[in-house]
Design a protein around this ligand. Structure first.
Ligand SMILES: CC(C)(COP(=O)(O)OP(=O)(O)OC[C@H]1O[C@@H](n2cnc3c(N)ncnc32)[C@H](O)[C@@H]1OP(=O)(O)O)[C@@H](O)C(=O)NCCC(=O)NCCS
Length: 178
């Protein structure tokens, strides 16, 4: 385990602005990213989305995180080998130990200048302590109207995720499944 990821003192749990977690990765797509059709493989984009989302969550909580869930990932347009992909991520809201991160992907053809929004996704990360257990994270301060809207919508998605998980557990318990 890379212990340098952990702060020397206690966790800083003071509220943090959403904007402080913002991160942007810019990566040229190569032949090794291609699928059988010759376009960029969806999994290559998903990896970049998880990379950027995890970095935004780490910036917010100041330590290591794991991906707990990825949902609502859209693929709106194909991405081509040679495109330059920009992946932007920012924490939308936090729970006690988890954070929801919103990620937006854009692809640019640098010769034609064509730039398109290709994917969006919401991911949940959980912050871990030195023992690998979930630990508290700072609250998110949504400053702009746009960030406040994202925070409100993140709370609705959190309620839906937890309700779905609980409903599945109850249904399995009724059937005697694990
Ligand atoms: C994510 C993980 C740490 C949660 O462990 P757990 O025993 O369920 O922990 P808890 O019940 O205390 O939940 C911790 C947080 O995770 C959230 N969570 C757990 N399962 C979740 C799910 N399926 N979707 C969204 N959030 C989830 C809980 O809501 C809680 O958040 P909160 O404290 O903000 O309310 C655990 O499932 C795990 O280690 N998963 C594997 C992670 C991994 O390997 N990822 C891929 C590589 S990074």
């Amino acid at each position: 385990m890379n212990t340098e990821l952990f702060p020397p003192e206690n966790w800083d749990l003071s509220p943090k602005p959403a904007s402080a977690s913002a991160i942007s990765l810019t990566v040229p797509m190569e032949l090794t990213d291609a699928n059988l059709l010759g376009n960029v493989h969806g999994g290559a984009i998903m990896r970049l989305v998880d990379d950027a989302g995890g970095l935004a969550a780490m910036k917010h909580c100041g330590g290591p995180v794991v991906t707990a869930a990825m949902d609502e990932m859209t693929f709106l347009e194909p991405v081509y080998v040679g495109d330059v992909v920009t992946v932007k991520a920012m924490v939308n809201d936090s729970g006690r130990t988890s954070m929801e991160v919103g990620v937006r992907v854009e692809a640019e053809n640098v010769t034609s200048g064509r730039r398109v929004h290709t994917s969006s996704a919401y991911l949940v990360y959980v912050a871990l302590d030195r023992e690998g257990k979930p630990r508290p994270v700072p609250p998110v301060v949504a400053e702009s109207e746009e960030q406040q809207q994202r925070q409100r919508e993140a709370k609705l998605r959190r309620q839906a995720r937890l309700a779905r998980k609980e409903a599945i557990l109850q249904a399995r318990a009724r059937k005697g499944e694990s």
